[in-house]
Ligand binder design. Structure first.
Ligand code: SF4
Ligand code: SF4
Length: 453
């Protein structure tokens, strides 16, 4: 198995986390014994602490650094099924209203919805939740569904529908949604005149600030920034994607041009709410009372050009944990950045194998149970139980070795283990995930042999 043993020096570690950096998202499971310390909890609940804000320089208005993503409200099962037989869920309006009221009372003033969230019901829901508050006391963001613009009259039709659903007369922030290719952008916004229409709405005051959310490559990003003037951009930024998805490039381009940045996926789909036990331990040793998720939010919020960090908070515990981070907000210190760099290095040391258990590679004519071997390996990665062969043979190593071999032997029957592989290569072209199965199996075979010798 390939070990990602980048020995990040102290200086490199800081660079990895973003040079010059001073400091939203999915539902997730909080991986900590205490949500947050009693002192902080009391200060959050009695209103002593103030929500961190950033100023949108163009409007002079203060935007809460924590924004509410409206794509993951609590839901309930309606008992009905869709055409594919999947359970149809509806927004739990009562529980969601409680969350929004709590968020609003604690200083969150940015709410981000989109045409397609919750099967098209999110806009209507957030409009209703916020209708009891003065319109000028919060910012409502919505997005044009790029993929639905197939004619020049579509943008107007969709935009009017969104205003009606949300029950508002204007959107504070409005985005071209999910731009991933120049071809799709050109078709929707140039050929079908989506951009021209939205610009007119901005001039008419029904859009206060116009931007886009982005999932494309560097060339397309440059194209977008050069094509028109933008008031802000919504980017996927977190401490893994900073390097792996080149978020660093996108963010720096915005900073250079003085364009405010909004952040989505600060927790990378929830995966940064709980790293591996060894990586968690590094962070806990620095801030024992802080959640693992709070490191990801502080990382995102420490970037100076960021206006707001979105989080889709499904449960009150998510909301309270995030409030404890953003009220009393502290950018990551140098010492914390060093700890985070070490935790990332540890987290990346052994990567899980992207096997989806589809079994297209099976059967192996030599009896190797490929998906079972990968599942055993992945379990050990998640539990920090892959012994590092370059590490000293101490008690920690022995503990991992024992746990790894036990898991491997429990999950993969004798006769189906990696030692039966003859590296014939027949399985490789069968894998839709493009895994180099023979190499991965050979690496595991070598690891097991080394541990057993
Ligand atoms: S390479 Fe190994 S696992 Fe793949 S088919 Fe051949 S023997 Fe089986
Ligand atoms: S084909 Fe690839 S993804 Fe599917 S079970 Fe085999 S290794 Fe896993």
């Amino acid at each position: 198995m390939e070990q990602n043993n980048k020995n990040i020096s102290r200086r490199k570690a800081i660079k990895y986390l973003g040079l010059g950096v001073i400091a939203a998202a999915g539902g997730y499971t909080l991986a900590k014994s205490s949500l947050f310390g009693d002192k902080i909890k009391k200060e959050v609940e009695d209103g002593t602490l103030k929500m961190a804000t950033r100023t949108d320089k163009a409007t002079g208005k203060e935007v809460s650094l924590l924004g509410y993503g409206c794509m993951r409200f609590p839901t309930y099962d309606t008992g009905e099924k869709d055409q594919r037989g999947r359970a149809i869920k509806a927004i739990d309006m009562e529980q969601s209203q409680i969350l929004i009221d709590y968020a609003y009372a604690n200083g969150i003033n940015y709410y981000d919805t989109a045409y397609n969230y919750h099967g098209g019901k999110s806009g209507e829901a957030i409009g209703k939740f916020l209708s009891k508050y003065p319109r000028e006391s919060y910012f409502l963001a919505n997005k044009m569904p790029t993929w639905l613009i197939d004619s020049p009259d579509k943008p107007k039709q969709l935009f009017e529908e969104q205003l009606t659903k949300c029950g508002v007369e204007y959107f504070d922030y409005y985005l071209l949604h999910a731009l991933s290719s120049q071809e799709a952008y050109d078709k929707a916004y140039e050929e079908n005149k989506g951009y021209e229409y939205l610009l007119k709405e901005k001039e008419a005051g029904r859009i206060k600030r116009l931007g886009f959310s982005f999932h494309g490559d560097e060339a397309f990003f440059d194209y977008m920034l050069n094509k028109h003037e933008w008031d802000f951009v919504l980017l996927q930024i977190n401490y893994i994607d900073w390097k792996e998805q080149n978020a660093e490039y996108f963010y720096n381009e915005l900073e250079k041009r003085g364009i405010p940045c909004m952040i989505m996926e600060p927790l990378k789909g929830g995966s940064l709410a709980n790293l591996t036990p060894d990586a968690n331990e590094i962070l806990k040793s620095v801030n024992p009372d802080d959640s693992i998720a709070s490191w990801a939010f502080r990382y995102a919020g420490s970037l100076p050009s960021v206006l707001t960090v979105l989080s889709g908070m499904t449960k009150m515990e998510h909301l309270k944990d995030n409030l404890s981070t953003f009220k009393n907000f502290k950018p990551l210190s140098e010492q914390e950045r060093e700890a985070l760099a070490k935790a990332i290095e540890e987290f990346n040391r052994f990567k899980q194998i992207g096997c989806t258990d589809c079994k297209y590679c099976m059967p192996c004519r030599f009896g190797v149970d490929i998906p079972a071997i990968f599942a055993a390996y992945n379990k050990c990665v998640k539990e920090s139980n892959i012994p590092d062969l370059s590490a000293p043979r101490d008690s920690k190593f022995d503990k991992k070795k024992k746990a790894f071999l036990a898991t491997y032997k429990n999950m993969v029957p004798e006769g189906a283990r990696a030692d039966k592989c003859i590296d014939c290569g027949r399985c490789k072209p069968m894998c839709p995930q493009k895994l180099d199965i023979p190499k991965l199996i050979t690496d595991i075979k070598k690891l097991v042999k080394e541990l057993e010798d």
